[in-house]
Design a protein around this ligand. Structure first.
Ligand SMILES: CCCCCCCC/C=C\CCCCCCCC(=O)SCCNC(=O)CCNC(=O)[C@H](O)C(C)(C)COP(=O)(O)OP(=O)(O)OC[C@H]1O[C@@H](n2cnc3c(N)ncnc32)[C@H](O)[C@@H]1OP(=O)(O)O
Length: 245
């Protein structure tokens, strides 16, 4: 079923088959319904990690409007908001955690800046039937490269993470083996872009994906990327883990 977002969000429509692994690692998204936007609702509940993928005072009108559009689509059931925590382990269901994986004082790179609005402001939405993840991204002032524009590394980071979430969705534990980006137009700090990623092909442990970074009005193509993610081999990753201890 086509769930094309109406222009200007994207002009492309991706048809893919439903994957048997659908929803496995990112199932959490369904378990956390989006609360109404009120100051109280945005506070994290006691005992639960803070979900950063919710509107805050730094979000621009464009970001809020897009968020509302996607949220409306989640009600139709094909899209799900992906919650975002500052520790990677909080994203992984207990049943999928490895014995050695205990929470430490580490942070997911994208959530390394606590202050609102100056780092990576983003929220991702998953469309499992299209094997697609769209990220609404508002780069803050601490992500500067050239004056007034987002650093290319920050663009690479948000692409890697959006594509990575898409790959995790179809293949579980994966790592980036290759990421190739063409930068076409600089992204102004404080603007909002759509990072639209999809799975193109799965060959054994290899997941091939592609991505476009576009302005909200669809008029500017900021970047295009392709990526290869490899599903981790349990035996090999245990060896890697052993060598790290
Ligand atoms: C993990 C789950 C956690 C869930 C958390 C959810 C949180 C959600 C929140 C937020 C979203 C965040 C999302 C994450 C996004 C960030 C991801 C990163 O930044 S990852 C860090 C950077 N990447 C590395 O450091 C990799 C370093 N490389 C390696 O460790 C290995 O090379 C690895 C694992 C990629 C592959 O090693 P092998 O030993 O398992 O596999 P081999 O046998 O070498 O290759 C398998 C097949 O792939 C091809 N291959 C491997 N690397 C290739 C390459 N670079 N180019 C082309 N082909 C390659 C090979 O030719 C082979 O192909 P043939 O099966 O023979 O056909």
């Amino acid at each position: 079923m086509c769930t094309r977002l109406r222009a200007p969000i994207t002009n492309t429509c991706v048809h893919t088959c439903v994957c048997p692994h659908a929803n496995a690692p990112l199932r959490d998204a369904a378990a956390h319904p989006v609360p109404p936007r009120s100051p109280q609702a945005l506070c994290s509940q006691p005992g639960r990690p803070k979900d950063y993928a919710l509107p805050n005072a730094s979000w621009s009108r464009d970001m809020l409007d897009l968020y509302d559009r996607f949220l409306a689509m989640t009600k139709e059931g094909l899209w799900k908001r992906i919650p975002s925590y500052n520790n990677v382990l909080d994203h992984i269901p207990e049943s999928m955690k490895l014995a050695h994986e205990k929470k430490k004082d580490t942070r997911l790179f994208l959530r390394s800046i606590e202050a609102e609005g100056v780092g990576f402001e983003y929220v991702m939405f998953l469309n499992s039937s299209e094997k697609r993840v769209v990220c609404l991204f508002q780069p803050g002032s601490y992500l500067e490269g050239h004056p007034g524009f987002a650093h290319g590394g920050s663009i690479a980071t948000i692409i890697d993470s959006t594509i990575g979430s898409c790959a995790i969705f179809v293949a579980g534990r994966v790592m980036t083996a290759n990421l190739s980006i063409n930068y076409m137009s600089p992204v102004p700090l404080g603007s909002v872009v759509l990072v639209d990623s999809k799975v193109d092909k799965v060959e054994g442990r290899k997941v091939f994906l592609s991505c476009k970074v576009q302005s909200v009005d669809g008029g500017t193509l900021h970047a295009e990327a392709t990526a290869l993610f490899i599903q981790l081999d349990a035996t090999k990753s245990q060896k890697q883990q052993a060598s790290c201890q």
